[in-house]
Design a protein around this ligand. Structure first.
Ligand code: ADP
Length: 336
């Protein structure tokens, strides 16, 4: 599809170049021939004035020769212009093709990313759906299904439905983020930390994890408070998910130049160096047995957090050591 579009666009660019080139060539040719004719007439007038009785001496020979010379000069100009236009056609064709490819590359990349996203999303959706279908089919085929077994089946289906809801929520959130322009107001960084800690306190307590936010200076960023809390919540939630019971998760922030750096520090399973560059990709989950098998998730949290940071003109960095822990840092520009 992109090949034929590239060729079509090349054709359009080349047509534009050739129309301009031919327009200038035609004008140049008409100007040059007019100048030649005018020069010839001026010359003729001078000769007739200098020797009015026998201006061209031997009959019309001089006149014919001059006419011939002018004709060949015109042909020469015409030939040169044709040559120049052929060169422009060749060079213009190559340049138009390169330009067309350059114009279409970002669109092609976005299209590829969209295709990959749809394929990944359908794959993730299919797994719980297939599990549910198989369970129901097996149960229906069993003539001695007891009430207790039926209840167990429903409970298991309910669990699959919960993960499906979680997945569709994540997908919807990502899709909305792409088309959303947030209203921005001054937001206190300390307030964002407090709210994010509050939102995750129950989860931390369930696991016996100490979750605390250190006090910091009075700093303000421009943004949407709810989105900033959501972004930090994702990082805190991961820190709790990927940490052992009875460990601690600490939040702190500091001013660095014109930005505030908010850190979420945990002492959990850590992330492999190989996985680190990829964890912000959609659906990517680090392939360690610990994180994959024991912790629920779809690999959509960090991409959402990254989009939210970017919507606030910020970015997220991460440092991690396997079995020691991870530190995620959000960098946001301070409001003036
Ligand atoms: P999810 O947690 O749902 O799998 P995320 O996008 O939030 O998806 O995270 C992607 C992956 O990055 C996780 O699967 C996990 O392997 C890794 N990860 C994220 N945060 C942490 C953390 N604090 N400690 C260890 N691994 C983490």
């Amino acid at each position: 599809m992109f090949r034929s579009t590239t060729l079509k666009l090349t054709g359009v660019y080349l047509a534009i170049i050739m129309v301009i080139s031919l327009f200038f060539s035609a004008n140049l040719y008409s100007l040059a021939t007019r100048e030649l004719d005018r020069g010839f007439r001026r010359q003729q007038a001078i000769i007739e004035r200098v020797s009015p009785f026998d201006p061209y001496g031997d009959g019309n020979e001089v006149l014919n020769e001059r006419n011939q010379a002018i004709r060949s000069a015109k042909q020469h100009i015409f030939g040169q212009l044709v040559f120049i236009n052929i060169v422009i056609l060749g060079l213009g064709g190559v340049m138009s093709y390169l330009l067309a490819r350059r114009t279409l590359r970002p669109i092609e990349e976005a299209h590829e990313a969209q295709k990959r996203f749809t394929a990944d999303a359908s794959h993730e959706l299919r797994t719980p759906l297939t599990a549910m279908q198989t369970e129901i089919e097996v149960a229906l085929r069993d003539p001695k299904l007891t009430k207790e077994e039926a209840k167990e089946l429903l409970r298991s289906n309910l669990e699959e439905l919960a993960t499906l809801t979680q997945l569709s929520d994540g997908l919807l959130r990502l899709a909305r983020l792409e088309s959303n322009n947030l209203p921005k107001k001054p937001v206190r960084v300390a307030a964002v930390l407090d709210k994010a800690v509050q939102a995750n306190q129950a989860l931390a307590e369930q696991k016996g994890i100490l979750l605390e936010a250190q006090k910091g200076p009075q700093l303000t960023v421009m943004g949407d408070q709810a989105s900033l809390v959501e972004m930090l919540s994702i990082l805190i939630n991961n820190a709790i998910k990927y940490s052992p019971a009875k460990s601690s998760v600490r939040l702190q922030y500091e001013k660095r130049g014109k930005e505030v750096v908010i850190s979420v520090v945990d002492h959990g399973v850590g992330i492999n160096q190989v996985d680190l560059p990829r964890i912000f990709e959609r659906f990517y989950r680090a392939d360690s047995s610990r994180s994959r098998q024991q912790v629920a998730g779809y690999g959509l949290g960090l991409p959402i957090a990254k989009s939210l940071a970017e919507m606030h003109s910020g970015y997220i960095t991460v440092k991690s050591t396997v079995n020691k822990g991870s530190t995620f840092q959000v960098h946001l520009p301070l409001s003036n």
